[in-house]
Design a binder for this molecule. Structure first.
Ligand code: NAD
Ligand code: ZN
Length: 341
């Protein structure tokens, strides 16, 4: 009989998880079995469990794409990893590796990719499978709970900041200081940028300030955009939107400097309006950004390994998943929740 593990399973969209026994998966060719030690809960997991996006995951499934731990078993043909190595799974579970995007370091755009905790089972479990070429390689002896957020929040923020093309000494405005935004502030500081932060709750703004944001503004207060434009003497060179409200996307266009770039990372279902005249006259770039490729992931891990980025976390248990999701929906502090197995 197959050995069993505990897992948080989605049986129906928008319904609570069940914590149940599931068979421990067997690593196939080129794959490793990872014993999960820590796991951040991303807002994407909530979108997945709610079935928020077109192309819903197949029911039943195990979400989770920021799971870190140690290699517990190797499938055939795995090179460069051994049992006990510290690794983590990311949203990009695997890609075909041959297409024009994979060949040019844009494997996050491969149209044959699989996504952890979405199209394949994820890390809200005691064990998860990761293909050896795509797992994040972590420094031995790392703090697993603090490293888990790097595997999605970290790499997505880091790549998104690069995509704004803001340079050291320039300004970035980060809208949404949740799981992604709080590490985005730290990456931006480590990358030599000045940071302005927006959110709708004061505790998150206080965290942004403590992480090095020089300007903070409540996104809902009248004049928030004007305050940032004034403080940055003309607007931020780059804007990173991680917020889960479409209104934040429209507001981002009011924060950006002429010739600047607004990078969209948050994924609330919905749309926002773009004033054509302003976008044209001010030569504004609006750019989507999806996680990062394998190189971006390795670079993002390096920042954490060097101690330049240390996510602020809140430890919970696998059994707390339904409460964490309720808190995420409510926008309360458990948004930075990391399950410790
Ligand atoms: P989170 O819930 O922890 O954080 C969202 C934050 O947005 C909260 O702090 C909330 O208070 C804030 N917010 C809400 N309305 C706002 C507004 N009007 N203005 C400013 N801030 C506002 O979620 P998270 O885990 O950080 O994920 C954020 C979003 O990014 C989700 O939609 C998630 O699916 C998406 N995401 C995208 C990628 C990608 O590659 N593009 C990767 C990971 C997550
Ligand atoms: Zn994520």
């Amino acid at each position: 009989m197959a050995k069993m593990m505990r897992a948080a399973v989605v049986h129906a969209f928008g319904k609570p998880f069940t914590i149940e026994e599931a068979p421990i998966p067997t690593p196939g060719l080129g794959e490793v079995l990872i014993k999960v030690i820590a796991n951040r809960v991303c807002h994407t997991d909530l979108h997945a469990a709610n079935g928020d996006w077109a192309g819903r995951p197949p029911l039943r499934f195990i979400p989770g794409h920021e799971g870190v731990g140690v290699v517990a078993a190797l499938g055939g043909g795995v090179k460069g990893l051994k049992e006990g190595d510290a690794v983590g799974v990311a949203w990009l579970h695997d890609a075909r590796g041959q297409c024009e995007y994979c060949r040019t370091g844009w494997d996050s755009l491969c149209d044959a990719q699989h996504n952890t905790g979405y199209s394949v089972n994820g890390s809200f479990a005691e064990y998860v499978i990761g293909p050896a070429p795509y797992v994040g390689r972590l420094p031995q002896g790392c703090d697993f709970a603090e490293t888990a957020p790097v595997l999605c929040a970290g790499v997505t923020s880091y790549k998104g900041i690069k995509e704004t093309e803001a340079r050291p000494g320039e300004w970035i405005a980060i809208s949404g200081i949740g799981g992604l935004g709080q590490v985005a502030v730290q990456y931006a500081k480590a990358m030599g940028l000045h940071v302005a932060a927006l959110d709708v709750t004061e505790d998150k703004l206080a965290l942004a300030r403590a992480s090095g944001a020089e300007v903070i503004a409540n996104a809902r207060s009248p004049g928030a955009a004007e305050q940032i434009v004034k403080h940055t003497a003309g607007g931020a060179h780059g804007v990173l939107v991680t917020a889960i409200s479409p209104g934040a996307f429209a507001q981002a266009l009011k924060l950006v400097r002429r010739k600047g770039t607004v990078t969209l990372v948050g994924l609330p279902p919905g749309e926002f309006q773009t004033p054509i005249f302003d976008a044209v006259m001010n030569r504004i770039t609006i750019r989507g950004s999806i996680v990062g490729g394998r190189e971006d992931l390795a670079e993002a891990i390096e920042f954490a390994a060097e101690g330049k980025v240390r996510p602020v976390i809140n430890k919970v248990r696998l059994e707390d998943v339904n409460q964490v999701f309720a808190d995420l929906k409510a926008g309360t502090v458990a948004g930075r929740a990391v399950m410790v197995m």
